[in-house]
Ligand binder design. Structure first.
Ligand SMILES: NC(=O)c1ccc[n+]([C@@H]2O[C@H](COP(=O)([O-])OP(=O)(O)OC[C@H]3O[C@@H](n4cnc5c(N)ncnc54)[C@H](O)[C@@H]3O)[C@@H](O)[C@H]2O)c1
Length: 452
């Protein structure tokens, strides 16, 4: 159906009663910063800065109506008090120890007051294979060797967690390391081939696919925060649709790509030409160490490089954007820990071809930017499931560097188109009218047809 036609009728949304289990695959820097943050926020000890679901508002109706309630006040989201956290990790550290090692949060101010809650998050044994994440070697690993047995073991973990914590509903977020690059292959084309490949212990089935598959079989929505292929294959997309489970990914859009997908639309909007965009980073956390492996970096590079083409549309504007040197580098530099530093140099040109440059030096905190995204994704995926919205959740593209979209569609990368899409989807879900920014109704007197 074309996008401009009347949207589908608003869904009926089941109320968010009971507890929502949030299962993080990987209990590293991002996951512990997310979990600790929610624990602090629900005790009134911190503010949910950066979380659209908690802080953001939704304009409803006309600009003159003055209705801009908080999203959380009009959209039936699970309450923070109802979230229960679980995780898997090949390292045996609980969330308290892992958060300390990650060094993102101030221990005295942000870990000690919630030490008991963090210690309670003990990682379940991971479905881990060092062939897919080469720089790590933990001992908290499932003994099962075959891929089929690992899927079953993850399913049992999900069921046991749900029962132990009395969860009404669950969501799963991949906060684990980036796996080596895998291309989609015939093995992923449909469920039958995918299942056969699991039985054959085929190399094209990575651990992240086993978690995603187990989640879908258990009816648990899945978000992929890493750039790995994971749930972005036809077999799992089809399974998500047919079993009524929402999915989304890939790769949290936090640092340099967030900046890139905000700035690139500016050049495009003003029809300024571009010659090159050079992006480099230094990063010293465990994620940086994993990405130091060229095969893992390849996954990241794919995800980071894709954004410019769809924003700038070189096919439509070959003279402006036909030949851009786009280079992305990540350098592992341990002294910086989680505090990434990124540099962007953009060579562009204007009227009559005169060259100009823009340079951006972004000193960011990786996990501080990613944690609120985890919270929003957990709440919005749960909302989608209660609204009966299965399969790919394109409206959550806002959170990803490499958004999953229906086959045949190109992804929207422009941060502000993504934001509009997200907010309009929320309006649609709660039966409110879309905001198109047309606004001619405010000028009805001026725009009336003229008499000859
Ligand atoms: N701003 C950001 O921090 C950001 C942005 C985009 C994407 N990401 C991605 O998010 C993920 C998490 O980032 P991080 O900084 O927390 O990394 P991290 O290295 O601190 O944590 C990842 C954890 O995943 C665990 N892990 C690896 N394989 C696993 C498996 N098979 N099962 C269970 N656990 C497994 C590791 O042991 C590690 O503790 C990475 O893939 C990263 O590329 C992060």
């Amino acid at each position: 159906m074309p996008e401009s036609s009347t949207p589908l009728p608003a869904p009926t949304i089941a109320p968010p009663g009971g507890k929502l289990g949030v299962l993080c695959v990987g209990l590293g820097a991002v996951a512990t910063t997310f979990i600790a943050g929610v624990e602090l926020i629900r005790r009134g000890m911190a503010e949910p800065v950066g979380s659209l679901s908690q802080v953001g508002t939704l304009r409803l109706g006309k600009r003159t109506d003055g209705r801009s309630p908080k999203i959380a006040d009009v959209v039936p989201l699970a309450a923070l008090d109802d979230l229960v956290f679980g995780a898997w990790d090949p390292f045996p550290d609980d969330a308290y120890v892992s958060a300390q090692k990650a060094g993102v949060l101030d221990a005295g101010r942000h870990l000690e007051p919630i030490a008991e809650q963090l210690r309670a998050v003990q990682p379940m044994a991971a479905a881990f294979d060092a062939n897919y994440v080469r720089r790590l070697d933990g001992e908290n690993v499932k003994p099962e060797r075959s891929k089929r047995a690992l899927v079953e073991a993850i399913r049992e973990d999900i069921q046991a967690f749900q029962e132990q914590h009395g969860c009404d509903r669950m969501v799963m977020i991949w906060c684990g390391s980036t796996e080596v690059h895998l291309d989609p292959s015939p093995v992923h084309a449909d469920l039958e081939s995918f299942d056969a490949a699991i039985d054959d212990d085929h190399d094209a089935i990575s651990p992240s696919m086993l978690y995603a598959y187990a989640a879908l079989l258990e009816g648990v929505p899945f978000a992929n925060g890493a750039p790995s292929l994971t749930v972005d294959v036809p077999a799992l997309r089809d399974l998500a649709s047919s079993s009524g489970v929402p999915i989304c990914g890939k790769d949290f859009k936090t640092g340099q790509t967030m900046v890139k997908t905000s700035l690139a639309p500016m050049f495009k909007a003003r029809m300024l030409g571009m010659d090159g965009w050079y992006s480099t980073n230094i990063l010293g956390n465990r994620d940086g160490e994993v990405l130091d492996d060229p095969e893992a970096f390849k996954s990241k590079e794919h995800s980071k490089l894709g954004v410019l083409d769809t924003i700038l549309q070189p096919d439509l504007y070959p003279d402006l954007y036909g030949e851009i040197d786009h280079v992305v580098r990540i350098n592992y530099y341990p002294p910086r820990g989680d505090n990434k530093e990124g540099w962007d140099n953009i060579d562009f040109h204007g009227w009559l071809g005169y060259p100009m440059q823009l340079k951006v030096n972004f000193l960011c905190r990786d996990s501080i930017l990613a944690a609120p995204l985890c919270l929003d994704l957990a709440l919005f995926l749960d909302l989608a499931q209660r609204a009966g919205m299965a399969g790919i959740q394109e409206w959550l593209s806002f959170y990803f560097k490499s958004p999953q979209v229906a086959p045949g569609l190109y992804p929207e990368h422009d941060l502000y188109i993504q934001q509009t899409k997200l907010k309009n989807t929320l309006r649609w879900m709660i039966g409110e009218s879309q905001i198109t920014h047309l606004g001619v109704e405010y000028y009805a007197d001026d725009y009336l047809p003229q008499d000859d």
